[in-house]
Design a protein around this ligand. Structure first.
Ligand code: SF4
Length: 393
């Protein structure tokens, strides 16, 4: 029987890291619980959500560039979807750790109808009710605790275990964009994973800005150092996830070197834990690391890598590095090169430093490495990384 009912359609554009992918999956879960259907075509969408990233200026520029796309779509179809901006660009101007004024963002994005920061996803139904995209009945039926994040793949799911970050690395926008670090409860996480297994998922990636500090109080997490004997709640959580029947592979991201304890290293020996480990080193020079407010030294990192190799000989590493950080001399950069000659990284995200408004590095350091020099360092390190990888392939 035809009812004539046509579900509203939504399109989500996701930029940035796995945390944003996981948030977009939750937004999809909310919208589908409200009766929306996903489309991949802007021209068909009633609702367009752009989940933004602030990590680099380039990511923000991509968002500003959407104005043109929406305009072209309007000229072709004669309609404009309701536009919601979510993610880190909104988080950076709202909440208690504002990096710059909300009005500045509003002025640059007049095509956005509504802004929600990463902690406001569950307010989407109220917004949609207010603008008439859904009725009262849909909101009444909506149960936030019953929302299941939509997963794009058939067997691999991304599950957020914590949100935000309190580390304040001086170059990074995340503590502002995503706010204070908050851990989800163990019960909620295990319930979600068990539910995913019931839907056929066997590979899970646990996501957070710093998963190692999951479940720790603020004071406790700053006591912990690389290789210490602290028992981490996160290691316990990994063991619990490992016990879930039907789970075959477990990954986690992001993990930092400064709170990678012996207990966590031991836990990685469990057979379902993936062989790939992503640990951001950021620089191979201790003075640069100090200016970045990283809480590890190069020696800590090297000893962590050695302990990991001993505990799990099949382990493979990925990392993040910034070249051209304020004040980084050619010699200090060469220390990072040396590190890349010693450690083989299967994956390396090598970034050129660019100041992000409102961060300590932007406020207190001079961006004194020329763009030409930064580009040279980027290409030099990329070549070293590629050839060191080749030697071991
Ligand atoms: S640990 Fe540092 S780099 Fe990672 S999200 Fe937190 S502040 Fe940013």
């Amino acid at each position: 029987m035809k009812t004539g009912y046509k579900p509203k359609k939504y399109l989500i554009k996701t930029l940035g890291c796995q945390a944003n992918v996981a948030d977009s999956n939750t937004i999809s879960g909310v919208l589908e619980a409200l009766g929306f259907e996903e489309t991949l075509e802007l021209k068909e969408s009633d609702l367009f959500v752009v989940n933004t990233c602030s990590i680099r200026q380039k990511s923000e520029d991509k968002v500003y560039g959407l104005a043109k796309l929406l305009k072209q779509n309007q000229l072709k179809t004669g309609k404009m979807p309701f536009v919601v901006m979510a993610g880190c660009m909104v988080g950076s101007v709202t909440g208690e750790r504002q990096r710059y004024a909300f009005n500045e963002l509003k002025k640059r994005t007049p095509w956005v109808n509504e802004y929600i920061n990463p902690s406001q996803i569950m307010t989407i139904p109220e917004t949609l009710l207010r603008i008439g995209l859904i009725g009262e009945w849909a909101v009444q039926k909506f149960d936030p605790s019953g929302v299941i994040a939509k997963q794009k793949e058939t067997n691999h799911a991304f599950v957020n275990i914590s949100f935000g970050c309190d580390n304040f690395c001086t170059f990074c926008v995340v503590p502002y964009a995503r706010g204070k670090e908050v851990s989800r409860s163990k019960d909620d996480i295990l319930k979600e994973i068990t539910h995913l297994v019931g839907r056929g998922f066997s590979h899970v990636t646990l996501c957070g800005q710093n998963v190692n500090s999951w479940g720790l109080s603020t004071s406790k997490k700053f006591e912990i150092r690389t290789g210490s004997r602290h028992k981490l709640p996160f290691a316990k959580l990994l063991r619990k996830v490992h016990e879930i029947e039907g789970i075959e592979k477990i990954d986690f991201i992001s993990s930092n070197p400064f709170d990678f304890t012996k207990d966590l290293i031991e836990t990685l020996k469990l057979p379902k834990i993936s062989d790939y480990l992503h640990i951001a080193v950021q620089s191979g020079n201790n003075d640069v690391l100090k200016n970045m407010n990283r809480r590890h030294t190069v020696e800590d990192f090297m000893s962590l890598i050695n302990s990991l190799k001993i505990a799990k000989p099949s382990v493979e590493f990925g990392t993040d590095v910034i070249v051209g950080f304020p004040g980084e001399t050619r010699d200090q950069f060469m220390d990072t090169v040396k590190l890349f000659e010693i450690i083989i990284f299967n994956v390396a995200f090598i970034s050129i430093y660019s100041p992000r408004k409102g961060t300590p590095a932007e406020k207190y350091f001079k961006d004194d490495v020329t763009l030409k020099e930064k580009k040279w360092r980027h290409s030099y390190l990329t070549n070293v990384w590629k050839s060191s990888k080749l030697k071991y392939e």
